[in-house]
Design a binder for this molecule. Structure first.
Ligand code: NAP
Ligand code: ZN
Length: 370
C-alpha cells in the first residue's frame, strides 16, 4: 500500500453546531465577510445563527450576498474587492457549493492583488483568508475540499483551482439548514454527493482510505434512496445526506472526480442543468464503460445502493432526476471536445478518448436526444 491522506479542514457536525461554537468565530478575528447566495443563507436559518454569534462576540461583519449559481470569475472578483475594502480577517461562507466555492476564490483575491484568471496558477504570495464553511445543501462537500469551481466563459466550461491553503479552516455542518431545500435541489445535490463517492471509489487515484469513506457515503445514500424517491425527506434522511456529502468531499479531496464531472460541466454550461443532475444522468453509462476495469467495485456499489444492476441504477437515477432537456449528436461532439481537456480525463481506470466521451453521452442521454 502506498498513499497519503490530508484534510485541511476541522469538522464540527451536528444540530445547533453554529450557535454552540461561537468562540470559533472570534478565534479567526473581529471582522468577517459573509459570502452567500441571494436567498439560501437566510432561507436555511444559517445566516440568522451566524449573525447572532457575530453580534454576541461583538464582531464587525459585512454581507456579500451576490454569489451566482455556478459562480464566474467576474463574480468572485467583486467579492474579493469587497473583502479587501472591508479589511476582513476571515470569511464565513454560507450556502451550497456556489457560495462555498466562491468564498475560496474571494479569500485568495482579498489578500493577493491578482486577476481572477491567475487563480489557476495555484500559487499565491499571501495565504488566503481563513474560511468558516457552513453548507446548506447536501451535495458538493465543498466545506472539506480545497476546490473552487468557477465558470469560464472564455473556455465555455467550468474549471477548478485550489491548493492546500484553500481548504476551509472550519466546517460547521448542521443538517437542519437543509430543511428549506426545494425537493428538486435536495435530489440534485444528493446525487452529486453520491457521484463524488462513486467516482472517487472507481477512480484511478482511489486509495484504501478514500475507499472506506466512499463506501460509507454510498451506504448512507442507499439508505436514503427510498425516501428520496417517495419525496419523504425526514430529519434522519437529511442527516444521512449531509453526512454522505461530507464523506464524498473528503473522497474527492484525495481522488478528484472522473470524466463524469468533466462531461457534466458542459450539460451545466450549455443547458443550464444543475451540477448534481448533470452527473446523475451520466454516471450509470460511465459505469458500463469502465465495467471490465472495475467489476468488483461496481458490484459493491450496486450492492450498497440496494439496486440489482446498472440498468436498475440508471432507471432509478433518471426517475429521480426528472429531466426535460433535449440534446443532439452535435451537442455531444462539442461537449466531448471540451471534456477531454479537463484534468479528470486522466483519472479514469479505462483511458478515455474524445470519441469514447461522445459515446458515453450518447448512450446516457439517448432518451433525450433528437
Ligand atoms: P448551489 O448552486 O450552491 O445552489 C443551488 C440552489 O439552491 C440555489 O438557488 C441556492 O440558492 C439554493 N439553496 C441552497 N441551499 C438552500 C437551502 N438550504 N434552502 C433553499 N434553497 C437553497 O448548489 P450546489 O449543488 O450545492 O453547488 C453547485 C456548485 O458547486 C457548482 O458550481 C459546482 O461546480 C460546485 N461544486 C464544487 C465542488 C467542490 O469540491 N468544491 C464539488 C462539486 C460541485 P441561492 O442562490 O440563494 O444560494
Ligand atoms: Zn460535484
Amino acid at each position: 500500500m502506498k498513499f497519503g491522506f490530508y484534510i485541511g479542514t476541522r469538522v464540527i457536525f451536528g444540530k445547533s453546531c453554529v450557535k454552540e461554537n461561537k468562540a470559533e468565530f472570534l478565534r479567526l478575528g473581529k471582522r468577517a465577510l459573509l459570502v452567500t447566495g441571494r436567498r439560501s443563507a437566510k432561507a436555511s436559518g444559517a445566516m440568522d445563527d451566524v449573525i447572532e454569534c457575530l453580534q454576541e462576540t461583538r464582531s464587525d461583519f459585512l454581507v456579500f450576498d451576490q454569489v451566482d449559481n455556478n459562480p464566474t470569475l467576474e463574480n468572485v472578483k467583486e467579492g474579493g474587492l469587497k473583502a479587501a475594502e472591508f479589511k476582513a480577517d476571515y470569511i464565513v461562507a454560507i450556502g451550497g457549493g456556489s457560495p462555498l466555492d466562491a468564498a475560496k476564490a474571494i479569500a485568495v483575491l482579498a489578500v493577493n492583488p491578482i486577476e481572477p484568471m491567475d487563480l489557476y496558477k495555484n500559487v499565491f504570495d499571501k495565504k488566503p483568508l481563513p474560511i468558516i464553511a457552513i453548507p446548506t445543501t447536501s451535495g458538493t462537500g465543498s466545506e472539506v475540499t480545497p476546490y473552487s469551481i468557477l465558470t469560464r466563459h472564455d473556455m465555455e466550461t467550468k474549471m477548478s483551482f485550489g491548493n492546500k491553503d484553500t481548504f476551509p479552516e472550519l466546517a460547521l455542518i448542521d443538517p437542519a439548514y437543509t430543511a428549506s431545500l426545494p425537493y428538486d435541489v435536495a435530489v440534485n445535490t444528493a446525487v452529486d454527493a453520491l457521484s463524488h463517492a462513486v467516482e472517487g471509489y472507481v477512480s484511478k487515484r482511489s486509495t484504501p482510505l478514500s475507499d472506506i469513506l466512499a463506501v460509507e457515503a454510498i451506504k448512507q445514500f442507499g439508505e436514503c434512496l427510498e425516501g428520496l424517491a417517495e419525496k419523504k425527506i425526514s430529519d434522519s434522511i437529511r442527516e444521512k445526506l449531509i453526512y454522505c456529502s461530507l464523506l464524498g468531499g473528503m473522497v474527492i479531496s484525495h481522488t478528484g472526480t472522473t470524466i463524469v464531472h468533466g462531461m457534466g460541466y458542459s450539460l451545466t454550461f450549455f443547458k443550464g442543468i444543475p451540477h448534481g443532475r448533470a452527473n446523475g444522468l451520466l454516471i450509470a453509462q460511465y459505469l458500463r464503460y469502465i465495467y471490465e476495469f472495475a467489476e468488483e467495485k461496481i458490484k459493491y456499489i450496486l450492492h450498497n445502493l440496494g439496486v440489482e444492476d446498472i440498468e436498475t441504477f440508471e432507471n432509478t437515477m433518471h426517475k429521480l432526476l426528472n429531466t426535460t432537456e433535449i440534446f443532439s449528436e452535435e451537442d455531444f461532439r462539442k461537449y466531448a471536445s471540451l471534456a477531454i481537456k479537463q484534468k479528470s480525463s486522466g483519472y479514469n481506470v479505462k483511458n478515455v478518448t474524445e470519441e469514447d466521451l461522445e459515446q458515453i453521452m450518447a448512450g446516457a442521454l439517448k432518451k433525450y436526444t433528437v
